[in-house]
Design a binder for this molecule. Structure first.
Ligand SMILES: [Zn+2]
Length: 179
């Protein structure tokens, strides 16, 4: 069986560096733990005991990851280095392949932030959001995308921290019938 891994965002408690690391998923738990104990902070070398798994990236950290180049190169860079999650990765796959299979929508503000940041790495995909307005899962959000993003930025300019109005709008829109 081909090795399978998941990419995990970690943050070092010693030097506060955030970084991604791959961990195997289809191995016995001892092997998974052994792989975990090999992880080191790329900045200061601290080991597993000093690393928190499941970190968020600040706006500054995400901006520092942005590169120039063609859209597919910037997209791959986002996928390999930035903060990813199920809904953002499903958007990324849709924009690259056109396949709506496995599309999932952001179910909280963190997931919404990851989708918005993907579009900051690849801004030319923003105008393609309307392509999804007929999708049964994404339709309600795609049709209201500019409104949701504007409200989120107004409430939380760095897309982190509380944004109660955005949360309400997400809940309200997701309860509407698809277009
Ligand atoms: Zn460190």
């Amino acid at each position: 069986m081909a090795p399978q891994t998941t990419s995990n965002l970690c943050r070092c408690k010693s030097c506060n560096t955030a970084f991604r690391t791959e961990l195997p998923t289809n191995v016995p738990v001892e092997e998974w733990v052994a792989a975990l104990y090999e992880v080191r902070c790329p900045s200061c070398g601290a080991g597993t005991g000093q690393l928190g798994i499941g970190a968020n990236l600040s706006q500054e950290e995400d901006m520092a990851l942005r590169i120039d180049g063609p859209a597919d190169v910037r997209a791959a860079n986002w996928h390999d280095r930035a903060e990813i999650g199920a809904s953002a990765v499903s958007l990324y796959r849709y924009f690259l392949s056109g396949s709506t299979e496995g599309l999932c929508v952001p179910d909280d503000l963190s997931a919404l932030r990851r989708c918005i940041r993907l579009l900051e790495h690849v801004p030319e995909w923003t105008e393609r959001m309307s392509e999804l307005s007929a999708d049964p899962k994404w339709g309600w959000l795609a049709a209201n995308w500019p409104r949701v993003v504007d409200l989120f930025r107004a409430e939380a300019p760095t897309l982190t921290g509380p944004a109660p109005g955005t949360q309400l709008l997400l809940a309200e829109l997701s309860s509407e019938e698809p277009l």
